[in-house]
Design a protein around this ligand. Structure first.
Ligand SMILES: Cc1cc2nc3c(=O)[nH]c(=O)nc-3n(C[C@H](O)[C@H](O)[C@H](O)COP(=O)(O)O)c2cc1C
Length: 400
């Protein structure tokens, strides 16, 4: 179940070269279980035919207020029913009309009657996009409370390079989902750590662990969508930085400790998901350790790393909510409860690692939440994105 399931989406397509991408966007909405109605300008139909949108949306396209519709007030009906409106691509012309309340075609007239959230996805040549009039019109729409999705930069259809490309359909889809999510973390500051740390042995080798960062990144994405101001301190991972999240990249436990403590005071919620190396080489070499003939064994002396969670647990105020993760191979509950008490946590999310469907690297997870008040909650095996949302539900409930 996504935010878009059973929602009524109004997709406006205008006459830009990227109009073809709106077809893929429509398919994503349909796949997510949304009902979609498409509005097209006359110019849009010069780029992509109505038929494609009609077949894929399973609805007639509204493009002419006076001739197209089975109902004479179809535009008002669509506007009233809509849960979200997306204009992708949005031309400079349509942006100007919308900013000034002009209603001279089906799309612009319908948009005047819309009261739900609107996402405008401008797409055009870079000089057009940077033109002061276009920027002014976008500012007007933003001030009126509509969402503007910045275009991507890259090679454009006109062979120039710069800002103006319509972002990938899946990215627009993701932002529409974010627009529809309840903003129950609005203005809350959330500090999250994720991924592994790496502790150098020499310039080419290190000690680390199997953490992929997927759980921490899922929590960061979910918190941002719910209106949180998220800072993510991350060890090295192969995941794109989440949109709208302040990302701080670190390597070692000491770097992670420094960044977490530097950002601690302003945080309302701290969620420490990172798998930090407990030990580091006591004497990392500045030159590569060479293989020695006639020596079968090599000893590396390790020393303790700082315990970040314990330090945060000692410093945190009663207004701050601290969540830790326990990745265990055995005695899950006992070890998790001990860790919660020792580190002064408000909640601990415990999972068994080493399974092929939960823990490190997997896209799914099975977690048991334990709370300071003695209660607990089982999250059955599910996608990490969904685990993240349920975990946040519980944090919010306990903070109330
Ligand atoms: C080949 C071609 C590509 C165009 N691409 C864009 C574009 O990407 N963005 C844009 O704002 N206008 C673009 N235009 C100009 C618009 O089609 C034109 O301003 C039109 O009036 C927009 O009408 P509409 O906003 O009602 O769809 C393009 C025009 C042509 C001929």
């Amino acid at each position: 179940m996504t935010e878009l399931q059973n929602k009524n989406i109004l997709l406006g397509v205008t006459g830009g070269i990227a109009a073809y991408k709106a077809v893929e966007l429509l398919r994503l909405f349909k796949k997510a279980g949304a009902g979609v109605n498409v509005l097209m300008t006359d110019s849009a139909q010069k780029f992509v035919g109505k038929t494609t949108f009609e077949v894929l949306s399973e609805n007639p396209v509204l493009s002419d207020l006076f001739f197209d519709t089975e109902s004479s007030v179809k535009h008002i009906e669509l506007a009233t029913r809509a849960d979200a409106v997306i204009i992708a691509p949005a031309t400079a012309n349509t942006i100007a009309k919308l900013a000034h309340g002009i209603a001279d075609d089906a799309l612009s007239t319908t948009l005047l009657a819309v009261t739900c959230p609107v996402l405008i996805c401008p797409s055009m040549n870079t000089d057009m996009y940077q033109n002061i009039r276009v920027q002014r019109n976008l500012d007007i729409l933003e001030m009126d409370g509509w969402h503007i999705l910045d275009p991507d930069s890259g090679v454009l259809a006109c062979k120039t390079v710069g800002a103006g490309r319509l972002p990938d359909p899946w990215f627009i889809f993701d932002r529409v989902g974010a627009m529809l999510v309840k903003k129950d973390l609005k203005d809350k500051k959330i500090l999250i750590s994720a991924g592994p740390t790496v502790e150098p042995l020499d310039p080419v080798r290190f000690i680390s662990n199997h953490s992929s960062g997927k759980m921490g990144y899922a929590i960061a994405r979910a918190a941002e969508k719910r209106g949180g101001l998220v800072t993510l301190v991350s060890g090295p991972v192969n995941i794109d930085p989440p949109v709208g999240v302040e990302c701080i990249d670190v390597q070692t436990c000491e770097e992670m400790a420094m960044q977490m403590l530097a950002n601690l005071d302003q945080a309302d919620i701290i969620i420490k998901v990172a798998a930090v190396a407990d030990y580091k080489p006591i004497d990392p070499k500045t030159r590569k350790i060479k293989k020695k003939e006639n020596e079968n064994n090599l000893s590396i002396l390790l020393t303790n790393n700082p315990d970040i969670l314990e330090q945060i647990g000692k410093k945190k105020t009663s207004d701050q909510f601290l969540v830790g993760f326990a990745a265990e191979t055995d005695d899950l509950e006992k070890n998790a409860l001990l860790k919660m008490a020792k580190k002064n946590l408000d909640m601990i999310a415990a999972n068994i690692v080493g399974s092929s469907v939960s823990g490190f690297k997997t896209d799914t997870n099975k977690v048991k939440l334990f709370f300071k008040d003695g209660s607990s909650f089982d999250i059955p095996l599910m996608e990490k994105d969904k685990v993240a949302d349920i975990l946040i539900d519980h944090v919010i409930e306990k903070m109330e």
